[in-house]
Design a protein. Structure first.
Length: 421
């Protein structure tokens, strides 16, 4: 017993000495999770702090007006009228269209009334109508994110379908048609042709809203590789080929963006209306009635009228050498003497005159004689200037590496590639 008391006394004395020298024992500090100190992210809707509001989202209905919507959210009619009058110079409420989305921020008090009405005419732009003590209207834009993407594929049916199969946007087909408008006739692409593209896609809130620039492309057609690079110089921005020459030539390959080549230039064709053999000194492109017809080159309209055989037609003189003509229009969009630019709409596909169905007959004169435009070779536009050549070659090298990294599903066999004509 004496020994136990001695041990306890020694322990007590030791504890007293430790405390007097080092202080009291520290309590263990509880661990604090970073999540315990994080504040909730503020809610922001179209630049408005929405933490204290209830958020209502909807879509403009058919025959629905702003007054119908706001009256249902306890906004008095007199205030709606003030809003309509004040908005005319910024975004007239009468332009609000069915099918477009809107957002309402409602107060959480007993009134439960709309304090903000936000309308989105498109994926980027929005209009904020402030319904507070004083009515105000502001416009804004959502940030657009640009991401670089690439895609490639072998064409088995159409460019549209090939792009869809590879997860690319069909809108990219239209962009490629623009890039190669002077080099490739997209109505004559063949099964086995293939393409690779590096392009920009626009995103808003993580959702795609369209295609930006095509930065570089390779299109294999008729056993030839056609390259295109988008490059900006101090003077201009354009598409150039692998030799730094502009892809923009004197004439577009076709007066329509997309259609079907239904009849070629020939010295002997059986006329479907006149039922006899005769020369057909033009190229027919079949397309739905109303399809826009473009002038294939810059020039002056020297004829815009109607005749028994040609129907509605337009004729454009481009220079002392070349003239083009466009027949069987449903409607003409230019007048005699008018100056038109390359790619400008001059009329619309129809079947007027001697025509069995909607199409445009495209005729091409060179030095006063009609020729087959598909066999003509035109000089390119202005090439890259020497001052920009080094920068272009560096950009070309970068883009070629990206094009080379695009893997096709399977390498096309020689017999799959279109035969050279």
């Amino acid at each position: 017993m004496t020994r136990v008391l001695t041990v306890l006394l020694a322990a007590t004395v030791g504890l007293f000495i430790y405390q007097s020298r080092y202080g009291e024992f520290d309590e263990p500090t509880p661990e604090i999770s970073p999540l315990d100190t994080m504040q909730p992210e503020p809610i922001v809707e179209f630049g408005v702090s929405a933490d204290s509001f209830d958020i209502v989202r909807g879509e403009i209905g058919k025959n629905e007006f702003l007054s119908n919507i706001l009256l249902g959210h306890n906004v008095p009619y007199i205030e709606i009228d003030q809003l309509a009058k004040a908005s005319r110079d910024i975004f007239d409420v009468r332009r609000i269209a069915a099918g477009k989305p809107y957002t309402i921020l409602k107060s959480r008090d007993s009134l439960e009334r709309a304090r903000y009405f936000i309308y989105q005419p498109n994926a980027i732009d929005y209009v904020v109508y402030h319904l507070g003590d004083s009515v105000s209207i502001t416009r804004g834009q959502k940030p657009v994110e640009i991401v670089e993407k690439s895609v490639g594929g072998i064409i088995n049916s159409s460019l549209y379908e090939s792009l869809q199969e590879k997860g690319g946007s069909p809108a990219l087909a239209v962009e490629l048609a623009e890039v190669y408008a002077w080099s490739i006739d997209f109505y004559r692409i063949q099964k086995g042709d293939f393409f690779k593209v590096v392009y920009e896609e626009k995103l808003v809130d993580g959702e795609s809203i369209g295609i930006g620039k095509v930065k570089a492309a390779q299109f294999h057609h008729f056993n030839d590789d056609f390259y295109g690079y988008y490059f900006e110089t101090a003077d201009a921005a354009d598409y150039y080929d692998q030799d730094a020459k502009s892809l923009r030539k004197a004439f577009l390959k076709s007066p329509l963006k997309f259609s079907r080549l239904s009849s070629r230039y020939t010295q002997r064709r059986f006329h479907p209306v006149q039922k006899r053999w005769k020369a057909h000194l033009g190229t027919d492109y079949a397309a739905p009635t109303g399809t826009p017809i473009m002038s294939t080159g810059t020039g002056t309209v020297i004829a815009s009228g109607y005749s028994r055989f040609n129907g509605n037609y337009v004729k454009v003189k481009h220079n002392s050498v070349y003239t083009t003509q466009y027949l069987h229009m449903s409607k003409r969009a230019v007048s005699n003497g008018q100056r038109v630019k390359q790619g400008e709409v001059i009329g619309y596909v129809g079947s007027t005159g001697l025509a069995t169905g909607p199409h445009v007959c495209y005729r091409f004169w060179k030095n006063g004689s009609q020729v087959d435009h598909l066999k003509e070779k035109f000089p390119p536009a202005k090439p890259i200037d020497e001052a920009s050549k080094t920068a272009f070659l560096a950009f070309q090298k970068e883009m070629n590496a990206k094009l080379d990294s695009v893997q096709l599903e399977k390498k096309p066999k020689p017999e799959q590639l279109s035969a050279k004509k």
